[in-house]
Design a protein around this ligand. Sequence first.
Ligand code: UD1
Length: 371
Amino acid sequence: MGRVLVTGGAGFVGSHLVDALLAAGHAVRVLDNLDPQAHEGGRPRFLSPEAELVEADLRAPAAVGRALRGVEVVFHQAGMVGNGQSMYEIHRYIDVNAGGTAVLLEEALRARDTLRRVVTASSMVVYGEGAYRCAEHGVVAPGLRRRADLDARRWENRCPRCGEAVEPVPTPEDHPLHPTSPYAISKRDGEELTLTAGHAHGLETVALRYLNVYGPRQALSNPYTGVAAIFSTRLLGGRRPLVFEDGRQRRDLVHVSDVVRANLLAMDAPGVIGLPVNVGTGVSISVRELALVLAAELGVDLEPEVTQRFRAGDIRHCIADVRRARDVLGFEARAGRAEALRDLARWVSCETPVDRSAAAVAALRERGLIR
Ligand code: UD1
């Protein structure tokens, strides 16, 4: 079994991937800067001691070059996450996510003697709005919702051609990319840089577009983490989940164990080279329903507070079209949602997170990014 490198291997998805790679018999190296926003207490206790940790920044070429020595496959999971924060820390997000990926790729090209493949973590945020169907015009791609509509609390998208109501449908990989935040732009750039470099240099590259990932080890004290972790933390602290818009926006929640499996399949699958691939379930849940299910699983009698406010750059709905993942990776999500949310709730209840979501909401409101 060859040596593999997991960038961001101390993080949420990365650390689960490290465990799976170790279990499969690989020698695993981790490159991670242990960013305090995600790792308050330094090296997380869940990072396997069997993995070799190179504590360094992705933007440091010499350290990245060293981390790549003798490596056959790179799983690039490192990056900053947070649409809202990226709206005002624009340079940092582009620098870390796009710039860091650029450094990794330059160093990867110098490591070609052993390096075979780079599997990069992309995201559904690259799409912006997902695909919708108009009764008259078929599948359409609405752009960012108009500020005037949001200010008037008109949440749903309309057909960009006729203005009539549309319904969300699964989003395929060839859907146009209209990222709606600097974070989303940085993820698109990271993905495109990786696939372009792979194509030009004959390096095998794959971009996995994760839908909304959830599960144990989400950074609970990081207020820019995903909605399932934020809601669980609030519920356990005795606070009602704050639901933006009307709570009817829908997301495709994919459990981290499925994301790990997709990565393992992407390591060797021949038909996936040079492609972006959605990693989701194809099934959606509304944000309000998610708050209710988590409260029930945690045994907390708290109704969500539907705020009718919105975060700048939030999309309305996104659901994965899972056909390419099935055809080229042989991947299908397996985790049952009820069971997996219970598993998340169980894990959260054993943690002692500091709930910083109120401060994060205040920071966004102050800047007019929640209205
Ligand atoms: C998320 C991730 C993004 C990732 C993408 C695909 C975050 C911050 N964003 O985008 O990095 O690339 O999934 O996996 O993790 N919501 C509330 N109340 C809250 C928080 C959120 O109602 O306290 C709502 C939001 O308005 C949104 C939905 O929940 O409608 C999902 O939000 P979030 O978990 O932040 O994820 P996305 O923005 O979809």
